[in-house]
Design a protein around this ligand. Sequence first.
Ligand code: SAH
Ligand code: DHB
Ligand code: MG
Length: 239
Amino acid sequence: MNDQDTMQLRSIVEAHELIDRRVNALFAQEDEALLAARAATRSHHMPAISISPAQGRHLQLLARSIGARKALEIGALAGYSAIWLTRALPQDGGRLISLEVSAKHARVARESLERAGLSDRAEVRIGSAAETLPALVSEAPFDVIFIDADKASYPLYLDWALRLARVGGWIIADNTVRRGLPLTERLEGGASDDTRGLWEYNRRVAEDARLLALALPTDEGGLDGFTIALVVGEETERR
Ligand code: SAH
Ligand code: DHB
Ligand code: MG
């Protein structure tokens, strides 16, 4: 690639980032509770990997489009996405359960939800999701399941999501686009366990006849994004 190509690519990325900022500002403004949740990742020295405001709105659109009442999240961090998602559930009877392996993250997430006035509807359960998911069978079905934890475990989380989601529900996963790496079987020799897990997730979701799915480059100027999957059940023909 010559210098001119590099310059052109950089300006394309910058244009996408500018568009992200404008979409966030126009369609997904953060209020104090959301800003505080994002700020909490910095003040508590947690990674700055909350979803974007537009992704938060996206979660809300998906949840509202099916009248979701019950949602499950895997990976709470500071509770930023949990706030967006819980706000899309009805005040009367809506419920979010978020699974989080780090006791510190869970504490910060609970504080964020408390600040947002959502503690009555949203709870954070501490433990490795592989260990806390089985207990959710008795609380299923869920209308929305949002997967955003350790990437190597996404295939395992898909197995659980398929058990726990209702027909007509959404299974959504973050970070499944990642510069296109987990969208092809041509994984390079050094592909990480994360990339392999994400690829396995995308492949299985794409091929599963019970799901109608798409990977959407929506974040980081289109370099990352969600894979969204509607649980259509066994009967629907996918055309
Ligand atoms: N959904 C959050 C960001 C999640 S970051 C938001 O957008 O606001 C990923 C989170 O997954 C981290 O808090 C990490 O501690 C948690 N995590 C990692 N491995 C996990 C596991 N095995 N079980 C549950 N949570 C896990
Ligand atoms: C990472 C994890 C995420 O969930 C994310 O949105 C971005 C980055 C990470 O582990 O690096
Ligand atoms: Mg993520």
